[in-house]
Design a protein around this ligand. Structure first.
Ligand code: NAG
Ligand code: NAG
Ligand code: NAG
Ligand code: NAG
Ligand code: NAG
Ligand code: NAG
Length: 463
């Protein structure tokens, strides 16, 4: 075929974590990745028009996703376990997307890459947690003589005048001058296919005081468990979930979880993620009843909260007086609940769950799609680093609903978006930008690219 292994070289500093002594400190490292033949060594449109045409003619959804995966991995930094240009919580979503691809694409390349990324990221990424330990103060002592002052961590999330989420990171966080480390040289990979983690993963490593962030990671590790059946990933997700239960209840209706440790906002996303994580765990962990109970409690609270509006879509959150605040109906808030309801229905069937999911999904498709069926968030196409992740999360969960309760409307939406991404929103390096309707807006980054890949991955299952 037209793929081969190419080597990309990026220089700089490797930040070791967990077992520094086990890792070589290297200044020039190489990451071999799958690429389309002849791809330039730096991403961008330079001089490969002919090959762009070739990719343009790829219609097989699995091949499209594999080509996009190759492009994605240019951003994967084995030294941090995250994707350069993607934020902390965004990287959890990249991990989730890769897990989904590995569920639907059994090729050895994808399987190996997914397993190695999981095994490497679980070791490296904790050092990148921008604000460790607020849910469990004792975790501070586990970081040796490094102390983290919450107020001064430099990590913050807020909502601007347009209702858009803004995350600020500590100075120097995720600077792109950290080296690419060849994932194949890490100790984690030496055992070949049997990639396991060296230490028992610590849930505290994945908590940063914003419960949505915490739960994105929990879902990512549940995906890793699904692919590998490595129980450590599942137990990590359970530990994260347990920590977040401490954020229950809010002062609205004696239930729900807060957005963050500040306890100053109740938003839909944190609560949908709480529902979805509990429901996913109910179908996988030993203590099924416990998780079913949490999922049902959350759902009942959510339904009573008024966050679902009269059009059937979900607004961003609640006012201080516990009323729907009528803020933006972000695409991801129409998505996460779908996967939660599908998993809850599987764990504890109730005729209302999938009916509700279908109602939300159809209302969302109507509200968020343009005349060609292409999904947009209100901020589009100039969404910031947070909102640029959202659309893929919607489509990822729409696919889960379709698998449980098939409907042509979902197939049409998934295919229209995946086709438009491939045809109108891709550069010759197969980078995918923010604008699913097109045209491609340079530069793409790991956030826009992975979000678009969620749609490509969903398209594999509905072809
Ligand atoms: C791609 O397909 C178009 C028609 O859809 C055709 O004109 C073109 O020659 C094809 N290009 C390649 C490289 O196969
Ligand atoms: C942290 O502790 C290590 C080992 O005790 C020591 O080498 C290092 O200098 C300390 N770092 C700081 C910033 O105090
Ligand atoms: C963090 O965001 C909150 C909510 O917008 C704001 O009240 C607070 O002042 C911010 N804190 C810092 C340190 O920027
Ligand atoms: C909610 O916001 C929409 C615009 O986003 C506006 O048209 C509508 O009137 C608002 N509804 C309420 C109850 O404030
Ligand atoms: C089904 O779920 C709905 C919504 O949570 C709930 O009100 C209802 O009591 C449930 N029905 C049964 C039989 O449990
Ligand atoms: C990624 O692209 C989006 C959309 O163009 C942009 O808003 C965002 O700031 C970019 N992220 C980074 C880290 O540059």
């Amino acid at each position: 075929m037209f793929r081969h292994i190419a080597t990309f070289i990026v220089t700089s500093l490797f930040v070791p974590h967990v077992h520094p002594s086990e890792y070589p400190r290297v200044e020039t490292l190489q990451i071999p990745i799958l690429v389309e033949q002849g791809r330039p060594e730096t991403p961008g449109p330079q001089g490969l028009g002919g090959l762009g045409l070739l990719a343009a003619n790829v219609t097989n959804p699995t091949t499209r996703a594999e080509l996009a995966l190759s492009a994605l991995q240019i951003w994967y930094n084995a030294g941090t376990g995250l994707w350069n240009t993607a934020g902390w919580w965004n990287s959890a979503n990249v991990l989730t997307m890769i897990g989904n691809l590995a569920k639907y694409d059994s090729s050895a390349n994808v399987q190996n890459l997914a397993k190695k990324v999981f095994a490497n990221s679980i070791m490296q990424a904790p050092a990148m947690n921008p604000q460790p330990g607020v849910e469990d103060q004792s975790s501070k002592t586990k970081r040796g003589n490094i102390t983290f002052e919450l107020a001064g961590s430099g990590y913050n999330k807020s909502i601007d005048a347009n209702g858009e989420y803004i995350t600020t990171y500590p100075e120097d966080w995720g600077r792109n001058n950290q080296a690419y480390v060849d994932i194949n040289t890490l100790p984690i990979s030496k055992a070949g296919d049997q990639v396991t983690t060296a230490n028992v993963p610590d849930p505290d490593d994945w908590l940063d005081g914003f419960y949505d962030d915490d739960l994105w990671w929990a879902l990512g590790w549940i995906g890793a468990y699904d692919v590998t059946k490595n129980i450590q990933y599942l137990q990590l997700a359970e530990g994260i979930f347990m920590a977040v239960t401490k954020a229950w209840p809010t002062n609205c209706g004696n239930g729900g979880i807060w957005w963050s440790w500040r306890k100053d906002y109740m938003n839909a996303i944190a609560n949908e993620l709480f529902l979805s994580t509990a429901a996913h765990l109910a179908n996988r962990a030993e203590n099924k009843g416990f998780y079913v109970d949490w999922a049902k409690r959350e759902l009942d609270w959510f339904l009573g909260s008024g966050m679902i509006n009269s059009r059937g879509t979900i607004n961003d959150g609640l006012t201080a007086n516990c009323k729907n605040n009528n803020r933006t109906t972000w695409s991801y808030n129409q998505g996460v609940i779908l996967g939660g309801l599908v998993e809850l229905n599987k764990a504890s069937p109730n005729g209302t769950y999938l009916t509700l999911a279908a109602k939300i999904a159809k209302a969302a498709i109507k509200e968020l799609s343009d005349d060609n069926g292409i999904i947009h968030d209100e901020c589009g196409p100039l969404c910031g680093p947070d909102a640029s992740q959202f659309k893929g999360i919607f489509v990822r969960n729409l696919q889960l609903l379709h698998a449980a309760a098939p409907d042509d409307a979902y197939v049409d939406s998934i295919q229209a978006n995946a086709d438009s991404i491939w045809e109108n929103n891709r550069d010759v390096g197969n980078m995918l930008s923010i604008n699913w309707a097109g045209p491609y807006i340079a530069p793409a980054n790991a956030t826009t690219h992975s979000s678009a890949m969620d749609a490509l991955v969903a398209a594999i299952t509905v072809k």
